[in-house]
Design a protein around this ligand. Structure first.
Ligand SMILES: [Fe+2]
Length: 242
């Protein structure tokens, strides 16, 4: 598996608190069957240099500790009107330098404004990956926004915790609906530590295999993430693109 959304970098956001926690997160991921992790610290435009340094340090330590997991650099970009410009200027990182930026919004944001921000980013040639849409109030209130996002080419990343019911019934049923209707492009940990909201992915893989199919698990946890890492088109386009 490849985990496309993970707050594993030490001390740069509300994720891993220190290097030891980060190493433990990498170890847990590897033990659960993860071979690649994209480090995606929260970012709205500042701190890119610090994140790059933290990434290089952690990658070295993971190598020294002989943990069989490869680390890639990305960001969880907080979507604002400045996002498209900052991406163009290289002050925000996409997922492993691809054309796919991972973008999140405030949970209580105005849904129509989010859609307009995503449109601006798309117009610059990027293909936004929307982080955990199942957790936003504006999506729960107006699920039609999902179609608008998909129609403009956005991809939807579902959280492991949502499928496991850790963010409440509403987020869980929305997450299941997005997978069931073939609208989800990938599932990721969005891990913040080695103790709670962890990098362990085997349980969600088993859930996807049990509730949907082995092919669904493969598509959401392996094939689509791999295409993004290589900056290629998805092998399995979500339903709206078929
Ligand atoms: Fe996150």
């Amino acid at each position: 598996m490849i985990d496309m959304h993970c707050h594993i970098l030490p001390g740069v956001d509300d994720g891993s608190s220190d290097l030891q926690d980060s190493v433990e997160m990498a170890r847990l991921a590897a033990e659960s069957g993860v071979v690649g992790i994209v480090a995606t610290p929260h970012c709205a435009g500042d701190g890119a240099d610090m994140m790059r340094k933290s990434f290089s340090l952690l990658r070295e330590v993971i190598k020294d500790e002989k943990i069989p997991v490869e680390l890639f650099l990305g960001m969880e970009i907080f979507g604002t009107w400045a996002t498209a410009e900052l991406l163009k200027e290289g002050r925000l990182f996409t997922l492993n330098g691809s054309d796919y930026p991972l973008i999140e919004f405030d949970f209580h944001a105005d849904g129509n404004e989010c859609v307009r921000i995503l449109r601006e980013v798309s117009r610059e040639g990027y293909r936004p990956v929307v982080a955990h849409p199942e957790r936003y109030d504006f999506i729960a209130r107006d699920p039609g926004l999902i179609k608008t996002m998909c129609d403009m080419g956005c991809l939807l990343q579902i959280n492991r915790g949502s499928l496991l019911g850790r963010f409440g019934k509403k987020a869980q049923s929305l997450a299941f609906m997005l997978v069931e209707r073939d609208l989800a492009a990938m599932v990721a940990s969005d891990a913040h530590s080695s103790a709670v909201r962890t990098t362990w992915m085997r349980d969600v893989k088993e859930l996807l295999e049990r509730e949907f199919s082995a092919e669904t698990a493969e598509k959401l946890l392996v094939a689509n993430p791999l295409s993004i890492l290589k900056n290629e088109k998805l092998v399995y386009e979500p339903k709206w693109f078929k």
